[in-house]
Design a protein around this ligand. Structure first.
Ligand code: SF4
Length: 310
């Protein structure tokens, strides 16, 4: 658990479960994740540049700009010495938008060279003293460069926490839950992992099964089928729909041995209505496909349709 000084968050599971949740996420991240060049370095300057660039700019677009920027100004000293106008021009030429970020970055480099003798500040508190560096960026740089950060909380992380653990839509609650979930001394891998979860699995349209989300067994949204979130106010369409529902049927039947049609329907989708568009007829079709694939057996018994794994 984190020693961030936050109060325990009662909505989170017990400590043993939190240990399992931590392990599952780290293993999932370490098995496979998107490769970004700034994930291959612990140079705080290079990481700060990547963090400032990725604010409000898509990561894929940042990759090229980040490489070019470091070719031009490979060290914090070289950036501090550069004319500010050159940095701003670089920003516009690479369509990074919000040119103030270029000014802030240049100013931050000057602060580091003048105020810290070029030795990069290592704590989130010190990093927040730099121009243009807020709590999120400070924790990210402290984590990725020094494994010394607090839990990062951005929109993706909020969405994950809201869905998985029913954390209320409140900044203080998100901060507390994120801090409590983060394993002590592992901010580098943890913050990368939870942001990756929000970026490739728990997206606005979640990919719980297709992305192999490691939190499915604990996730409140996965259990209820309600995937709304603070930034997703209406129920998103399901990723890969049929494929996702097939996965859910198989998982539930694995847990329950056998299930009656409507009970199963209500467990796999929040909008299941027996006689509606996504009702018995739809579910019978899904089960029939699964039966053709040799996965599920369907029994008609006492006027009831019962499904079980083959
Ligand atoms: S199971 Fe789905 S909703 Fe829950 S955390 Fe994973 S991706 Fe998000």
């Amino acid at each position: 658990m984190s020693d961030s000084g936050t109060q325990p968050v009662s909505d989170l599971p017990d400590a043993d479960t939190v240990d399992a949740i931590q392990q599952a996420l780290i293993e999932w991240y370490e098995t496979d994740h998107r490769e970004y060049p700034w994930r291959e370095t612990d140079d705080p300057y290079a990481i700060l540049v990547s963090e400032i660039m990725s604010q409000q700019t898509q990561l894929d677009r940042v990759v090229e700009a980040w490489g070019d920027f470091l070719d031009e100004w490979p060290t914090v000293d070289s950036l501090a010495e550069a004319p500010r106008g050159d940095v701003v021009s670089f920003w516009s030429n690479h369509s990074l938008g919000y040119n103030n970020r270029a000014k802030y970055l240049h100013e931050a480099a000057t602060q580091i060279v003048d105020g810290y003798d070029g030795a990069f500040p290592e704590t989130p508190d010190e990093l927040q003293e730099l121009m243009g560096v807020g709590p999120y960026t400070a924790n990210a740089v402290a984590s990725f460069a020094f494994n010394n950060g607090g839990a990062v909380v951005d929109t993706n992380v909020k969405r994950v926490l809201y869905r998985a653990f029913d954390i209320p839509d409140d900044d203080a609650a998100f901060e507390a839950a994120a801090g409590e979930l983060m394993p002590e001394g592992r901010s580098r891998v943890w913050n990368n992992a939870i942001m990756e979860l929000g970026g490739v699995a728990c997206e606005k349209t979640p990919k719980c099964d297709t992305a192999g989300c490691p939190w499915r067994e604990w996730c409140a949204a996965y259990e209820s089928g309600d995937f709304t979130a603070p930034d997703v106010p209406t129920q998103p369409s399901f990723d890969g729909s049929r494929r996702q529902f097939r996965g859910r049927v198989v998982r539930l039947l694995g847990e329950h041995n056998e299930m009656e049609l409507d009970t199963l329907g209500h467990r796999i989708r929040v909008d299941y209505t027996p006689d509606g568009e996504h009702g018995r007829e739809w579910l019978r079709g899904l089960l029939s496909d699964l039966s053709d694939d040799g996965l599920v057996e369907i029994d008609e018994r006492n006027d009831q349709t019962i499904a079980r794994l083959q």
